[in-house]
Design a protein around this ligand. Sequence first.
Ligand SMILES: Cc1cc2nc3c(=O)[nH]c(=O)nc-3n(C[C@H](O)[C@H](O)[C@H](O)COP(=O)(O)O)c2cc1C
Length: 192
Amino acid sequence: MSTVLILYFSGSGNTHQLAEAVCQGAAEHGHAELLRIRPEHIVDGRYPIERISAALREADAIIFGSPTYMGGPAAQFKAFADASSELWRDQALASKIAAGFTTGSGLNGDQHGTLSYFAMLASQHGMLWCGLDLPSHHGPQGLNRMGSQWGAIANTANPDLHPADLATARHLGRRVARLACQLNQLQTEATT
Ligand SMILES: Cc1cc2nc3c(=O)[nH]c(=O)nc-3n(C[C@H](O)[C@H](O)[C@H](O)COP(=O)(O)O)c2cc1C
């Protein structure tokens, strides 16, 4: 069993749809929970990290999500990331698995900037980055049609997300949760 948190911001709902798909996949291997960053929680540009720091400390894996705004994560996600420096001081998230997902309206809308930022944030926290183990247009569902191995991307040119993008997000959630279970098992074996 593993506990996976999906920590994300969504302005108009596209990234929320992708977060739900990630959560469905992760729930196949344990407990998975959505934690949405709400703009009204942010005060003077800072997210109140104390609201969620216990949940972050207890999770086995954290999957970050944000729409891509101007080639990077939304300011609301960055407000959380900056506040997470409280947890960086004692490396409270070290050795947890991390992964990421994003949405963007461009076919190539520089969504990699957002995923690269998530990987950097994970590295700052000493976390272990988990990308996608999928070549592009994989299998009958056409998984990873956006061709990214850093994480899951959905193109949002249409209001309903593409089934292949949703299936790719479920795959990422499933992969992270499965790896977290395996890591838990190894740690248990090492201490018994
Ligand atoms: C301020 C702003 C900047 C944006 N910049 C980009 C961008 O750089 N690349 C891209 O592909 N889409 C960009 N978009 C489109 C959003 O990423 C896209 O609509 C996304 O799915 C919104 O997600 P949400 O519904 O979860 O808020 C931008 C949208 C806004 C409002």
